[in-house]
Design a protein around this ligand. Structure first.
Ligand SMILES: CC(=O)SCCNC(=O)CCNC(=O)[C@H](O)C(C)(C)COP(=O)(O)OP(=O)(O)OC[C@H]1O[C@@H](n2cnc3c(N)ncnc32)[C@H](O)[C@@H]1OP(=O)(O)O
Length: 409
């Protein structure tokens, strides 16, 4: 059973919606209507809706986002809707639920909308809200900001296991923020940087938590990304109606999904002496390859990966097999991960450059992967892209989801 990615929508991640008198419900509406418009679908074409959102209750006091769907788009009244929360992987989990429904033959055309509002609080408060995705009172990490602290520990772990030169982390930030300048929907496209920002200069690149400096951080972002998936049965009708070919559209070729518990230090302890710092991340990636029928990174045109911090991308590089374990620095130094390199990573700018509206990120990655393999990624197009992989994580790698997207025929 093929699962087609019909298309989708991303909002401008530079927008702070509360400053326009708008809130999470408006963001959700924009995602749904944007995706319908992009795919030239009527609301009546949609069999089910899945909402990805992590922190609606905490940022805006707003829960029950499944029912919000028909509230803001009344034409979807009566259509089944569900909300999924898995921290920063919420939208990918929503996608997994949608693909299962299509594979089961229950529905043929399903809309997935990820949405998050974060900019309605000051930056430091907004960051602390996200601590909720850690194990309250039990992480054993004394800090202000849980995620900058956790991923600072991750770079420390790489340092202890394999050796780590911080210049490679600074370079990852620079590559992603440079890529984001080409992306008309990225949050940071107009931000100004100096060369010192990408060094260990304490003034130009201040320490946020041990092991993490400002430029290592993904952003606090408002935004939505929504995609529409459909069965081959629906695609047949859709293609005939529109006079297009099914082979023009990307398919979700494979997926991997693992859960590894919430507490960061347990995961680190568990993998001592093993090849990979996170064997469950490696498994999600290789499961996706297996289901897609590809052999490994040599079959990929590019990757959209989680880079909530530079250390996260550093980890992703070796777990994706772009280098041997612990040797991610080689891919940074050789230019392999840059636009024009053998396997560009985060051509869009990633979470550091595009922004990270937590509940929307997984859908945004799939949308970008789909754009790449259909040659519609504009100024950040990876030339000749055919097959793309996404890697989306929740919390300290507690939830991991990876997809392989490509065109067939
Ligand atoms: C698995 C996971 O995904 S876990 C990841 C979860 N995510 C996180 O933990 C988020 C991590 N990031 C953060 O916590 C925050 O970005 C922080 C705390 C590091 C910094 O946040 P803030 O204090 O808001 O500072 P920040 O530098 O982003 O922005 C301050 C203002 O300066 C602007 N700004 C920042 N850098 C620049 C620049 N280089 N040029 C121009 N403007 C800039 C921002 O747009 C912002 O303005 P705005 O509020 O009008 O939009």
């Amino acid at each position: 059973m093929a699962i087609y990615l019909l298309g989708g929508h991303q909002s401008d991640f530079a927008r702070a919606w509360s400053r326009e008198g708008l809130d999470l419900s408006d963001i959700l509406r924009d995602g749904i209507l944007g995706a319908l418009d992009a795919c030239k679908l009527d609301p009546s074409d949609i069999d089910a809706v899945h909402v990805g959102n992590a922190f609606g209750e905490l940022y805006r006091g707003q829960g029950h986002l499944a029912a919000m769907v028909a509230q803001v788009v009344p034409e979807l009244h009566g259509v089944p809707a569900m909300r999924h929360e898995a921290a920063c992987a919420s939208a990918s989990i929503a996608v997994l639920a949608a693909t299962a429904e299509i594979e089961a033959g229950r529905y043929d055309c399903v809309l997935i909308v990820g949405a998050e509002e974060e900019k309605n609080l000051p930056g430091d408060e907004a960051s602390k809200v996200q601590n909720a995705a850690s194990w309250q009172g039990r992480e054993g990490i004394d800090c202000r900001f849980m995620w900058p602290a956790v991923f600072g520990r991750l770079s420390q772990e790489y340092g202890e296991r394999y050796g780590l030169d911080r210049r490679h982390l600074n370079r990852i930030a620079e590559i992603n923020l440079t890529n984001a300048k080409r992306n008309p929907l990225s949050q940071t496209r107009k931000w100004a940087f100096t060369a010192e920002n990408f060094t260990d200069d304490d003034a130009a690149n201040p320490i946020i938590e041990p092991g993490t400096r400002r430029m290592d951080c993904g952003q606090i972002t408002d935004g939505t990304s929504a995609i529409v998936l459909c069965s081959d049965r629906f695609m047949e009708r859709y293609a005939a109606r529109r006079g297009v070919k099914a082979s023009d559209f990307p398919q979700i070729l494979g997926w991997g999904h693992t859960n590894a518990g919430i507490r960061f230090l347990d995961k680190i302890e568990r993998s001592k002496g093993q090849d990979y710092v996170f064997p469950h991340v490696r498994k999600a990636i290789t499961d996706a390859w297996g289901r897609a029928g590809i052999a490994g990174p040599q079959d990929l045109s590019g990757v959209e990966t989680h880079d909530c911090f530079t250390s996260t991308e550093y980890m992703a590089i070796d777990h994706l097999g772009l280098t041997a374990p612990g040797q991610s620095w080689q891919a940074v130094e050789s230019g392999l991960i840059e636009l024009g390199g053998k396997c560009p990573v985060n051509a869009s700018g990633g979470l550091i450059g595009v922004g990270h509206p937590v509940g929307a990120t997984g859908a945004r990655m799939l949308l970008d992967a789909g754009r790449q393999v259909t040659g519609t990624a504009g100024d950040y197009q990876v030339e000749g892209a055919r097959t793309y992989q996404t890697l989306n994580i929740g919390g300290s790698l507690g939830t991991v989801v990876s997809f392989v997207v490509g065109r067939v025929g």
